[in-house]
Write a protein that binds this ligand. Structure first.
Ligand code: AMP
Length: 193
């Protein structure tokens, strides 16, 4: 299997690249942000609880997102592999993911970290907010909260994978195609069956 964590701050381009990588490598895209937004659209109990947290730019509890990922892994038993986008966002989530994958006799091949400067991120997020109408992308104080949550809780996830020798840094500034080529080359260089 090929299991990739696509990592980076909000606005780094994870979603855009994940969609292209899915086509190129035949993987299943698992975005906890997309899954949560779909829960909200469907007015589920989980969605209603998550909405107020997301609207503040805070992280929803680990057990909620881990539960959603666990379900999706079970629903896709024949998958060639997965691309995790926006997950794991805490070291606890990363440890839970390792456990879930171990139960399925597989593991993460690498984390690919998209490196983008903070100034560039804010510009990109506000632009995305205008284009897609995402509430949490339009309010500067929510955007700041999300970046702070990233720095405090999510950035340590990179060290978690570094400690396992599974971290690949890719420059996230450039055209979508250029960045896609760089990521694809890194993935092609991995040994997986
Ligand atoms: P995203 O679309 O990945 O930017 O996620 C949007 C929002 O969903 C985040 O700001 C969080 O409130 C929530 N969220 C998404 N993924 C996670 C996660 N793995 N852990 C906690 N909260 C998450």
């Amino acid at each position: 299997m090929l299991n990739i964590v696509l990592f980076g701050p909000p606005g780094a381009g994870k979603g855009t690249q994940a969609k292209k990588l899915v086509d190129e490598f035949g993987l299943i895209h698992l975005s906890t942000g997309d899954l949560l937004r779909s829960e909200i659209e469907n007015n589920t109990e989980l969605g209603n609880k998550a909405k107020s947290i997301m609207d503040e730019g805070k992280l929803v509890p680990d057990e909620v997102v881990v539960g959603m990922i666990c379900n999706r892994l079970d629903q896709n038993k024949e998958a060639k592999g997965f691309i995790f986008d926006g997950f794991p966002r805490t070291r606890e989530q990363a440890a839970s993911l390792d456990e879930l994958l171990k139960e399925k006799n597989t593991s993460i091949n690498t984390l690919i970290s998209l490196e983008v400067e903070r100034k560039e991120l804010v510009d990109r997020i506000m632009k995305r907010g205008e284009e897609l109408g995402r509430h949490d992308d339009q309010d500067p104080s929510v955007v700041t909260n999300r970046i702070n949550e990233y720095l405090e809780k999510t950035e340590p996830v990179k060290d978690y994978y570094k400690e396992q020798g599974k971290c690949t840094e890719v420059d996230g500034v450039g055209s979508i195609e250029e960045i896609f080529e760089k990521i694809s080359n890194e993935i092609r260089g991995l040994e997986y069956t």
